[in-house]
Design a protein around this ligand. Sequence first.
Ligand SMILES: [Zn+2]
Length: 278
Amino acid sequence: MTTPAQADIGVIGGSGFYSFLDDVTEVPVTTPYGEPSDALFVGELAGRRVAFLPRHGRDHTLHPHRINYRANLWALRAAGVRQVLGPCAVGGLQEKYGPGTLVVPDQLVDRTRSRAQTYFDGEERADGQRPNVVHVTFADPYCETGREAALSAARGREWEPVDGGTMVVVEGPRFSTRAESLWHAAQGWAVVGMTGHPEAVLARELGLCYSSLALVTDLDAGAETGEGVSHAEVLEVFRENLGRLRTVLFDAVAALPGTRSCGCADSLAGFDPGIALP
Ligand SMILES: [Zn+2]
């Protein structure tokens, strides 16, 4: 079964990114990995077809450790998407990266522990198909073209972004202890989040371009001197910055090239994945 292409760019983020677009079509997608976080919300932006997927569900009921990341990336690819932007909220690990900082990371450290993070585990799927084990290259986890689009979009709106830096992704749902946070900061890592992985590696396994726009909503426990993060503070800073993040995101969509010249599409070159990709 093939699904007609609905979109070529995917945005994984909250409902605040698409809710005011004209003419958004809701496209339900099912996958061999179960249900994605929600239907895809497909609309047109800067002449491109864009599929928005609310990472936490439209009512924000899915917490980071409960998100079906495999279904989400699979659903986007099944809809025709080949380039993905993953905006997310993060904590700053360095004092210079305070609330309102926009980081376009170039590296990632995975400290999640209970999330399925491969399609190619050699295990039989529910539909009887069995993927082979594939070892994709992940030295540079983000698409450089996508990063450039995000950086130029931010600069164009006079929001000077941090170009590069490491995002450490923790399991959650709790925030870090002070010791964990100090340790992350001591490594020189820039920001800490809960959703940036395994999104990145699953996109790579499917040959998708993936890059992240990480909005700092608070200083993590090791980088500030108070009581640590509260969820209410995080939400407040996110709300304050949503408008300009949306503007930058839309400019980044417009800046993505129609034809890919990066190597992301070749991530499975030389491997037999054993299953057909959508
Ligand atoms: Zn790419």
